[in-house]
Ligand binder design. Structure first.
Ligand code: C5P
Length: 222
């Protein structure tokens, strides 16, 4: 039977690193649901669509050819034959994505794609509403959190590694705006799903968080 492990939480809580590692250890496919929202936003910006016009955004999204496939144990997608990667992480896109993700029809489009991906096999998905909305019946729901100062530190360390430390203030302000929008929107806001296992990773290493998730999943499977 295909299983879904949902890992939700705010930005820079370590979700993607943990979800990827858990997927690898359990032989599941890793799905980054945020990358689909980013892909929709990127495609809209590329076509100079007004990203505040929900009808235009959804029309632009639906009229593109989306192809999802598995690469190693990661689900990836192309839009009209192109697979965007670094383009999905620009400051401009990160600033715009939460507005696009607040549109109900955009969310329905993404949710349909995520549910179809169970056709690949068992999945570990990170996001904001995977346990609360997309797969509410999965027994494997996690909410990963960390204190805001620690999350800011983690993002800062990433920026130092990529030689962009001077952007720290700007990036952190943008991240705060995104978290505020994601938590306060009407449709599928970021929240702890019913029955989710909350892990505060502030003083934990990545390996400890991964192990905590695996112990819980394996304990429930037993
Ligand atoms: O995970 P990531 O930070 O890349 O997600 C980018 C944005 O996509 C989030 O800030 C949020 O607005 C949106 N998102 C969402 N629901 C998800 C995953 C991401 O609304 N399940």
């Amino acid at each position: 039977m295909t299983q879904v492990i949902a890992i939700d939480g705010p930005s820079a809580s370590g979700k993607s690193t943990v979800a990827k590692a858990v997927a690898k250890r359990l032989g599941f496919f890793y799905v980054d649901s945020g990358s689909i929202y980013r892909g929709i936003t990127w495609h809209a910006l590329e076509n100079e669509v007004d990203i505040h016009d929900a009808d235009a955004v959804i029309q632009n999204t639906r009229s593109a050819d989306w192809v999802f496939r598995a690469e190693q144990n990661v689900a990836v997608f192309s839009i009209n034959g192109y697979t965007p990667t670094d383009e999905l992480r620009t400051a401009r896109l990160s600033e715009a994505v939460s507005d696009v993700a607040s549109m109900p029809k955009v969310r329905a489009f993404v949710n349909d794609r995520l549910r179809e991906l169970t056709g690949l096999g068992s999945l570990t998905i990170d996001g904001r509403d995977i346990g609360s909305v997309v797969f509410p019946d999965t027994p494997y729901k996690f909410y990963l959190d960390a204190d805001p100062a620690e999350r800011a530190q983690r993002r800062y360390r990433e920026l130092v590694e990529t030689g962009e430390a001077e952007k720290a203030q700007e990036v952190l302000e943008s991240l705060k705006r995104r978290d505020a929008k994601d938590s306060s929107r009407e449709e599928a806001p970021l929240k702890v799903a019913d029955g989710a296992y909350v892990i505060n990773s502030t003083s934990m290493t990545i390996d400890e968080v991964v192990q905590a998730v695996i112990d819980k999943v394996e304990g429930d499977l037993r």
